[in-house]
Design a protein around this ligand. Sequence first.
Ligand SMILES: [Zn+2]
Length: 69
Amino acid sequence: MDPHTKASPAPPLASLPLPRPMEQPVPGHTTSTTERGSFCLAVCTCGWKGPARRSRDLARQDAARHAAG
Ligand SMILES: [Zn+2]
């Protein structure tokens, strides 16, 4: 009789806890508008500032244009 019994132990399942990515804003261009006196201008987290506008809409457009490209 051959005593060779090939035991094949099942490898333990890798049950490492997956690192859960934190939900945070992507570092980059997060724009907002700020008011300065009677003017409104777009600002970005990268340090960019748009020109002072008379209307918030225009400042928002500046911000959108900056964030887009
Ligand atoms: Zn920016």
